[in-house]
Design a protein around this ligand. Sequence first.
Ligand code: THU
Length: 164
Amino acid sequence: MNKETYQFTYEVYNSIEDLTEEEAWLLKEAREVTQHAYAPYSHFQVGAVAKMANGEIVAGSNQENASFPVGLCAERVLLASAASIFPKVPVSVIAISYNNENGKSDHPVAPCGICRQSLQEFEERLRHPIKLILGGMTGKVFVIPNATSLLPLAFTSGELAIGS
Ligand code: THU
């Protein structure tokens, strides 16, 4: 029997002020984009803003539905838009923020499990890491070098390979 250890390294900044100019701009935009969310059920508005490898900017926000499971997270709305508007262009970085009407927004929140699965496959298919910048309206900011780091032992497309 062997024991394996999984670890990854990410950066923790005390505030948005400590980010690079571009990272700070993206996080500010993500904070703004929370206003485009449709979240009448959770009252938790998420905004995501990506810079693509071609320099284009794409945004996403969570879009809920009275039939709750129909709702979409901001990250997957963003990825679907990015792939539809700029097919085959990698996403370089995504800033994600949130506004919580029922609580605070003073710390980073990380993508949910389903979004981690989507982000992992997006990185894989475009062969490009997606840097994640996570922050609330105030407070510390996490910068994570790639999305796949957040999904250890991921189930990937390689498992479905036929004839290998
Ligand atoms: N949500 C996101 O948009 N992204 C996440 O990674 C976590 C959760 C949304 C889904 C739902 O509309 C609301 O936040 C509360 O879960």
